[in-house]
Each structure stands twice: as C-alpha cells, then as structure tokens.
Design a protein around this ligand. Structure first.
Ligand code: ARG
Length: 496
C-alpha cells in the first residue's frame, strides 16, 4: 500500500513532478507529528456525526471507523508521514482511500476542509499542553510554598537596585516568586477556555450545505462549545498567540528566578548551593561548579519570546480567512510550548534539591545599613520627628560611617537640632531598631515578611493552590472522559 498511496488531495487539479525540496518546503509533516493523534479523533468524531445525520451510510461509517480505530490502536504507519503529502490530513485520507477503497475512504472529507480540521487538531493538542503546563505550575508552586514554610524565620537581605535595602525572610522572597507563577496559572486558564472551542463545521470558511451538527462534534471531542463564526473559526490563531504570550511571561518569571540562583550560587554571595545534577564543570578549570541549567533556562526565556514574536509576525498581515502562512505558526507554537515545559519542570527539581545557606543570609541581612529605615521610623514614632527630618539625619550619619548615638547627636547639631540624646534617645534603643530580626518581625502588614504575616500568607496561598489543582483535575478528567467515550462510540458503530 505504501508505494502506490497517492496524495488524493493534489491529484485532480495539479500535475507534474515536484522536487523533494519543494515537497519538503510545502509540507507541514514535521510539525504534524504532534497533531496526528488528534487528527484521528477528529476524523472519528466527524464520521460519527456524518452517520448520525445520515450524510453517510452506516456501512461507510463502519468501514471508516474500523480503519481509523486501526490507526488509533496500532499507530499510524510511517509512510503516512512522508512529506509527499502536504500534511497529515492528506496523508491519513490518502491512506484510508488506499486501504478501504475510494467509495468509503473518499467520503471522509464530506462537509469539511483541512482548514477547520487543522485548527481543531491544533486546539486539541494545545489544550493538552496547557493542562500539562498547569500541572507543572502546580508542582512548582507547591515546592515554593514548602520551601517558604521551612524558611519563615530565615532572615536575609532584601534588595532594590541589587543593593542591600531592608531585611526580609527567604520565605517572603520565595512567596514573591510563587505569586507570579500563580498569576501565570490564571493567565493560562484564561487561554485554555478560549482554546477549547471547536472550529469543525466551518469547512473552508463558509461552513457547508450538508446538515452538519457542529455542537455534536464539539462535544464528542471534549470542547466546551463551538467557535461560532465560521470564518473566524478557520482564520483565528489568537489562542496560540495568547498561549505563547502567557508562556513568555511565565518564562520571564522563571528566568528572573534563575538569575537569582546564578547570582546566589556565586562565591560573592553564597546563599545557595545547587545540586551537582544541575551544574557543569570546566574542561580546563578543575575546581569549577557552574550553574549551567539555570543559565540555559534564562536563555530559553529568550527563545520562547522569540517564538511568540515569530507567531505574531506571521499573523499580523493576513487577510481573512485561511492563508497557508498559518501553517508556519504551528512549529513556533510547539517550540515555545516545549521549551517552557522542559524549563519549568527542571526549575522545580532544581529548587527542591537546592540547599540554602541560611547562616550566610543571616550574616548579610544587617549589612549595608539595611535597617536604617527602622532607625528613622523610631525617631518618628517615639520622638515625633517629621519622617523627612529623620530620613535626613540618619542618611547623614550613614554618610559619616556610623549609626551610633554620638554620630547621630553630631549630625543633629550640624543640622540645627538639639542632640537626640537630649530628647532621650539611647544607644540601646538604636541597637534594637537596627536589629535585622526585630526589623523583620515588626513588618506585620498583610503580605509582609514577618513570620507572623508570612504564615497567614502561606495558608492563603496553599488554599489557592488547592483550588487551582482541583480545577485542573476537573479539566483533565473531562478531556480524558471525552476521549474514552468517543473511542467507545467509534467501536460500537464499527461493530468492533
Ligand atoms: N497543513 C495545513 C496547515 O497547517 C493544513 C491546512 C491546509 N489548507 C489549505 N487550504 N492548504 O495549516
């Protein structure tokens, strides 16, 4: 069957040999390997609907479903992926015609086009990919929350402009990353709901004169409904642009975290020790342990952004409705999805196996006058000073190199104020204000770094994660249940 299987789509209108290079240039087969499984399901649902609406006879449906179940059960033969076929849709249809004959095989494509077919296949593939990405995000967020739970009392420096700013805790820092990944989860859920709409029945773009049941096909395939306007159904790829944009934002978040892991594992900082499994060494410098996985991940954020930009650039000049340019978008989409998936899965493992150097963090937490704000706050809260005045006096003292009482008295006099010790300020009060652990503990506002506030945040974040995880389970169960039912229907109608 392999050699004589001709491309049934091209054979009528076109003639002449094409060069191998030309076939390869035009064919989407490489990318179509990722939608081949979906295409079999799409064909089954279409045939079931055609039979139900008496558009094809029961016997034809039986033969078609039998052959499609053969592909589902045994896999698609390799020659069907040959790029003499323009795509997997032409490959499978050609296979069916040559295996069960043209009278049955040649009825598969009634009332549809490759335009609605490919759009449906991509949406089915992408909804699975989104669900997988959401699952990775659930586990990544869980790891961050667990780590945060272990480190509510781990005081460390917080930075602005990469300069020591104010002390915080490792838990608070990790919760900041978790919050960003939780919004990535939400964004992808939005993308999921717009992806999971069925284009079938749109045919080329103008629907069809056959009495097709679009709702039935959509529900057989586990979609949440149809894409109403049939021109939009074949022409739109904003679901893909949205997924790539969301993944690009997600990867930006992953990349920022990786940048910190690179920085923190440097000898300058030594806040973290990554597991050897995620590091490389040097071919010349035997002592080296480099955080290569975090670096590659940082770069992958650029690759995913590149895929998003490529996809959007492909779309921006296209008139309605289907244009073959759309085919070029699919590989960019798959590439972006793959890179984000691998990166975030590895990031989760890298984090859970990392060990944090809490002593180094604590030692660094109070350096660089990181609690100077607390001293200014003391002058405001206890001695009624205007904040700007306190800020100026403490800033002057820092520039003189000390925050002790004598220096503060001196700068107060220089600024025309009475010495602060005259107001009652003591060295003991200064020391208490400057203590980093106490400074963190005072920050109890919602979402703040004190162990008290972080524990409240943690229990809220865990509840949100549980809710998200249940939501994802429901979506995944609905998808696998739809496929299970579809296959059962196909077997029944095929008499198998
Ligand atoms: N391989 C094509 C794609 O990925 C399928 C649709 C082909 N349609 C057409 N009118 N040539 O977009």
């Amino acid at each position: 069957m392999e050699r004589k299987t001709e491309d049934v789509v091209r054979r009528g209108r076109l003639k002449g040999e094409r060069s191998g290079e030309m076939m390869h240039f035009l064919s989407s087969m490489d990318a179509d390997r990722c939608i081949a499984d979906a295409d079999i399901l799409v064909d089954m649902a279409h045939v079931l609907m055609l039979a139900k609406k008496n558009i094809i006879g029961k016997e034809t449906a039986k033969q078609l479903l039998g052959a499609l179940l053969g592909l589902y059960d045994n896999g698609i033969p390799d020659f069907v992926f040959d790029d003499r076929f323009e795509d997997i849709h032409a490959g499978i249809e050609s296979y069916l015609v040559s295996s069960i004959g043209e009278d049955a095989g040649g009825r598969l494509h009634i009332g549809r086009s490759r335009n609605d077919e490919v759009a449906t296949c991509i949406r089915m593939r992408v909804r699975e990919d989104i669900a997988r990405q959401l699952a990775i995000l659930v586990s990544l967020r869980g790891i961050l929350l667990d780590l945060a739970g272990d480190h509510t009392g781990t005081v460390m420096p917080g930075f602005t402009h990469l300069q020591h700013a104010q002390p915080t805790t490792l838990a608070h820092h990790l919760l900041a990353h978790e919050a960003a990944f939780a919004r990535d989860f939400e964004r992808l859920c939005g993308a999921y709901s717009r992806t999971n709409r069925c284009p079938l029945g749109a045919a080329a773009f103008a629907s069809t004169s056959y009495p097709v049941d679009r709702e039935l096909v959509a529900s057989l395939l586990g979609f949440d409904g149809i894409l109403d306007n049939t021109m939009d159904a074949v022409a739109s790829r904003d679901f893909a642009l949205e997924v790539l944009s969301d993944l690009s934002i997600l990867m930006t978040h992953a990349s920022r975290l990786c940048e910190e892991l690179v920085l923190w594992s440097s000898r300058f900082v030594r806040f973290v020790e990554l597991d050897d499994a995620f590091c490389s060494t040097s071919s010349i410098m035997p002592q080296k342990k480099n955080p290569d996985s975090a670096e590659v991940m940082r770069a992958k954020a650029g690759s995913v952004l590149g895929a998003a930009v490529a996809a959007q650039a492909i779309m921006k000049g296209l008139p309605m409705s289907y244009n073959r340019d759309l085919q070029e978008l699919t590989p960019a989409l798959l590439r972006g999805i793959r890179d984000a998936k691998h990166s975030t899965r590895i990031l989760a493992d890298m984090l859970s196996s990392a060990s944090f150097n809490t002593e180094e963090m604590a030692a660094e937490a109070g350096r660089g006058y990181s609690t100077a704000t607390d001293l200014a706050d003391l002058l405001v809260q206890k001695y009624g000073m205007a904040f700007r005045t306190a800020h100026t006096l403490v800033g002057r003292a820092v520039s003189k190199g000390s925050l002790d009482l004598a220096t503060l008295d001196r700068v107060a006099r220089e600024e025309g104020f009475s010495p602060l010790s005259d107001l009652g300020l003591t060295q003991q009060e200064i020391d208490a204000a400057l203590d980093p652990v106490a400074a963190v503990d005072r920050r109890r506002a919602p979402g703040g770094p004190s162990p008290f506030a972080v524990k409240v945040s943690l229990s809220e974040r865990r509840a949100v994660l549980d809710r998200d995880s249940r939501f994802l389970d429901e979506k995944r169960n609905a998808l696998s249940e739809a496929v299970r039912r579809l296959i059962a229907d196909a077997r029944r109608e095929a008499g198998a």
